[in-house]
Design a protein around this ligand. Structure first.
Ligand code: ADP
Length: 590
């Protein structure tokens, strides 16, 4: 169980360890489906950038030919001014549209891959990550990351192009002055690089802190009853306080780092500008620079400030966006897919054998299962009993391979389950457990769970589960929505819906995990009846705390500390006077 024992594996560390190029390479394929949008955006961007020097050039022409020499025909003025700005506006629109389209396409591709991985990742994924962190990664982080990344790439391309176009124009206008400007650039780049590294580190820490905070809130939302019953409010408040303070510290540091970049850039730019104006003025005293050329030069210099400023600010959102997407993409890369063999019969007889099975969740803990050997014949009902922590749930989780043993083998119909195709394997099991999971969909969809179709079979399953009368009383019958996690159903109804689901699935092996606990007598009678119909003709493995419910099982297996301690019928085990007899007399007395 190496996946589980590496719990808390430092995802931040893994993300930071990858180089920029590696991160970019991993993300680019998701944008491949959005090529058309990107091309459109590029065309728009190039046109906008290429027309940038036309603004100062127009000014130069107007000043030199229009005002000074009156050789600029008046009718050409509106044509040139309106025409220029119309082209630039249309190109700008095209660029924005193409980019929005492309980023949404890429987001779709990424989300689809991530959700796909959520469905086919090894179950250890859910042991390693909290629900809120998975939700956050797939929904919000991808959205924010893509937007930030796309906007910064847009800035990077369009402002670099603008810079190139304006610099070319400057060279053409006055190359000596332009070279003077170029010398002043490298120091700026150096300063920006140092600052952006620090920003990236803080961004990753910030995401971690948001996750931690969300985790505390999520726990308190889910477990509010326990928190109030145990008067744990103060403890929870201080946990929340710690998490918020950590987030606050990291956020402020991040903002300060980002904010420091702007003034530094601006001071540098102002220095460059003043030096250039002085030099230009000095130059114009020597040769006859026209007024138009001088004004065009200074205007272009001022125009240069915006792209330089944008480019200096781009590393923040760029690194933030990359880090967010990297986290999402590493979710895809670092969650191994479930593997299985190719053995895929359509239906097993239901003969299960565990041979010397051991399982350790963590190396520093005693094994949850310790050399367990047992078998279930086809059609047999076997009950698992034992104190809590004995390993019953762990054992049951091995069968559909929600967990894999550290050593030993589990076989189904004589074939080790590792050699089974995982989908074929899971088709053989139906599960009814204490906590019934319902989806926000219709009753029929909840019964059929993805294997939709035949409404007759759904009704038969509901009838066998003693639930059809209730469902037919609902406004839309089996097509009624049952609300978020079936909030409108009683405990017994939820339980019977789960039984109907198992009956509909018609799997040869049944796992019942505390299926009848926490029900009143009437509900329990209905549920018990439904269960008996369900268990008929199937191999059943039943975990029960209330021993009265499993007295009729073909065989009872008692577990303690991860080991099987005794097996036999109810009468045999009582006569034996061991652990089962002790548990039984404890319950009987109470
Ligand atoms: P039972 O179902 O009989 O109450 P479990 O199979 O749930 O027992 O637990 C067996 C042992 O394994 C317990 O000591 C429990 O603390 C441990 N355990 C169960 N699940 C995990 C897990 N996800 N990570 C670490 N330890 C676990």
């Amino acid at each position: 169980m190496s996946e589980i024992s590496t719990e808390g594996a430092d995802r931040v560390g893994a993300v930071a360890a990858r180089t920029l190029l590696q991160r970019v390479k991993r993300i680019v394929p998701f944008f491949a489906t959005a090529r058309r949008g990107l091309l459109l955006a590029l065309i728009g961007t190039v046109i906008t950038a290429a027309t940038e020097p036309l603004v100062p050039e127009l000014l130069r022409q107007l000043l030199d030919r229009g005002f000074a020499q009156h050789r600029f025909p008046l009718w050409q003025v509106p044509l040139a001014v309106i025409g220029l700005f119309a082209i630039r506006s249309i190109a700008g629109f095209v660029a924005q549209y193409g980019l929005a389209w492309a980023s949404n396409r890429a987001m779709l591709a990424m989300r689809r891959s991530m959700f796909g991985r959520l469905l086919d990742a090894r179950p250890a994924l859910f042991a390693r990550n909290s629900a809120s962190s998975l939700v956050n990664t797939i929904t919000f982080e991808i959205q924010n990351g893509t937007q930030q990344l796309v906007n910064s790439v847009q800035t990077l391309t369009s402002d670099s192009l603008r810079l190139v176009a304006l610099m070319a124009y400057l060279l053409w206008l006055n190359w000596q002055l332009t070279l003077f400007v170029a010398i002043l650039f490298p120091p700026v780049a150096l300063v920006m690089q140092v600052l952006s590294k620090r920003l990236h580190r803080l961004t990753v820490q910030g995401q971690r802190a948001v996750d931690d905070l969300a985790y505390v809130v999520e726990e308190n939302v889910l477990a509010w009853r326990i928190v109030r019953l145990h008067a744990a409010e103060e403890t929870e408040k201080s946990r929340f306080q710690r998490a918020s303070e950590q987030l606050q510290r990291v956020s402020v540091k991040g903002v300060v780092s980002a904010a420091v970049m702007t003034p530094i850039t601006q001071i540098v730019a102002a220095t460059v500008l003043s030096a250039v104006i002085v030099a230009a003025l000095w130059q114009s005293g020597h040769d006859q620079n026209s007024v138009g050329t001088f004004v065009a030069f200074v205007t272009t210099m001022l125009q240069l400030i915006t792209p330089i400023k944008h480019l200096s600010e781009v590393s923040g959102p760029l690194t933030r966006g990359l880090a967010a997407l990297d986290r999402g993409v590493s979710f895809i890369d670092e969650s191994p897919v479930e593997t299985g063999g190719s053995f895929a019969p359509s239906r097993t007889a239901g003969r299960i054998e565990l041979r010397d099975v051991s399982l350790r969740y963590r190396d520093d803990q005693p094994p949850a299962l310790d050399g367990v050997s047992m078998s279930l014949q086809a059609g047999e009902t076997v009950a698992l009993v034992g104190p809590s922590g004995a390993g019953k749930s762990t054992l049951v989780n091995l069968l559909p391979r929600f967990l894999d043993p550290t050593s030993g083998t589990v076989s189904l119909d004589g074939t080790p389950i590792r050699e089974w195709d995982v989908y074929a394997l899971r088709r053989q099991f139906a599960l009814v457990s204490q906590d019934v999971v319902l989806f926000n969909d219709t009753v029929a969809a909840n019964v059929a769970l993805g294997n939709g179709g035949d409404p007759e079979r759904v009704r038969d399953a509901l009838a066998a589960a003693n639930l059809l009368d209730f469902v037919e009383g609902l406004p839309k019958g089996v097509d009624s929505m049952i609300g978020h996690n079936g909030s409108q159903l009683s405990g017994g109804q939820r339980q019977r819906l789960a039984i109907a689901r198992a009956i509909f699935k018609d799997a040869p092996i049944l796992i019942l995990d505390e299926a009848t606990s926490a029900l009143d007598n009437e509900s329990e009678r209905l549920v018990q009846q439904a269960l008996e119909r369900l268990m008929h003709g199937r191999t059943s493995l039943v975990i029960a705390h209330r021993l009265s419910t499993i007295e009729g099982a073909d065989r009872i297996v008692t577990m303690d500390n991860g080991r099987v301690v005794e097996q036999g019928t109810h009468a045999q085990l009582l006569a034996q006077g061991g652990l089962y007899a002790r548990l039984h007399s404890l319950q009987f007395r109470s």
